[in-house]
Each structure stands twice: as C-alpha cells, then as structure tokens.
Design a protein around this ligand. Sequence first.
Ligand code: AP5
Ligand code: MG
Length: 192
Amino acid sequence: MFNLILFGPPGSGKGTQSQKIIDKYGLKHLSTGDLLRSEIAAETPLGLEAKGFMDRGQLVPDEVVIGMISSALDANPDANGFLFDGFPRTEAQAEALDKLLKLKKTAIHLMLALDVAEPELISRLLNRGKTSGRSDDTNEDVIKARITEYHKKTSAVADYYMKFDKVKHIPGEGTVENIFDSISAEIDKKVK
Ligand code: AP5
Ligand code: MG
C-alpha cells in the first residue's frame, strides 16, 4: 500500500498531475474538490451546504470533507493505495486523516508539494474559467480569496507533515511532462 498527498495552492496542477500519477501507479484518486462538485451536481444536502462556501472561495467545514473521505476510504477496501488531491487542507483534516489511515493499519508515505508563483496561479485559473464552468474560476476576486484561504489555513499542513519528514517540494512551473518526471522520480524513490 502506498498513500500519497499531492499538495499545492489552487491552480498549481494537482488535478492535471493526479491523472498521470493514477495511470502510472494504479492509485485510487480522491479529490475532495471533485467529490464536492459531484454532490453539488446531484443537488444533495451536502452539496447544497458546500456550494456557498465554494462559490465564495472559502473552505468547506472540516467535518463535511472528513466525512466524505472516511466514506471514500471505506468504499475502496481493495485499493493499492490512495492519491489525496486537495485534502487535507487544514491541520484538523491532517490529524483526522492520520487517524482514519491508522484504523486501516496504514499511513501517509509521502507528500509532494507543487510550488507555483501567484501570478501564474491566477493566470492559469482565469484561463481555465473561460471554459471550465467552475463558478470559482470566473472571478479574479474569488480566485484571490482561494489563494488567501490557502495561505491562512492550508500551507500549515505542509509543516505538519514536515515534522514527520514526509514532504518533498516539486517546482510546478514548466511543461506538464517535465513536472511529472520530477514527481515520478520522488515516488520511485519511495516505492522501489
Ligand atoms: P479544489 O477543486 O481542490 O480546487 P483548488 O485547490 O482550488 O485547485 P484547482 O483544482 O483549481 O487546481 P489544481 O491544483 O487541481 O490545478 P489543475 O491541475 O486543475 O477545491 C475547490 C473548492 O472546494 C475549495 O475552494 C473549497 O471550497 C472546496 N474544498 C475542496 N477540498 C476541500 C477540503 N479538503 N477542505 C475544505 N474545502 C475543500 O490546473 C489548473 C489549470 O492550470 C488547468 O487549466 C490546467 O490545464 C493548467 N495547468 C496545469 N499544469 C500546468 C502547467 N504545467 N503549465 C501551464 N498550465 C497548467
Ligand atoms: Mg484540482
């Protein structure tokens, strides 16, 4: 079993690189953003609760996303490992994840943190907003609110895993292929 967190600010390429990682390493992809957008599309009570936070660029309450991840772990008992994308985003989420994995006699093995400068993040997200249909990509104020939320609440999650010596930084600007090569090199050091 190999469990990886792909970490980084909004627009740093977590979703893009996740697709390539799951294809190469056969991990189960768990993206809380994607799970929340499915709940919104299905108009579930959870989706309706989350929508307002997401439209404003704010984090959804911890108990909502922790509950979603707990269900997703239970629903995939035969996975070779998990790729967490966009989770954990607060220290409380990181502590909850450690407990959930411990109950399953496993743990986080590696956190890869994508480093991308803020002007590049904003330009990528505004560009995607032209076609994505994501309400939180169309407005620069909301994009900036997401980045502020990242600095206020999420960047500390890397410090949390740093204490356990589990973090590697990856330069997140350049071609998707070159970034993926750097990611693969770090994963290979751990799985071989
Ligand atoms: P979420 O869906 O996780 O969004 P995000 O973190 O804001 O980031 P993105 O998904 O927009 O970016 P990404 O890093 O995946 O980059 P991508 O590959 O798409 O969260 C959305 C909301 O849900 C949050 O604001 C919050 O409200 C809520 N939420 C989710 N998880 C939560 C949690 N755990 N707790 C509480 N609330 C939660 O790439 C971005 C763009 O750049 C794309 O167009 C892509 O094509 C392009 N691109 C990618 N790589 C490159 C490259 N190398 N060069 C140029 N362009 C590139
Ligand atoms: Mg994403």
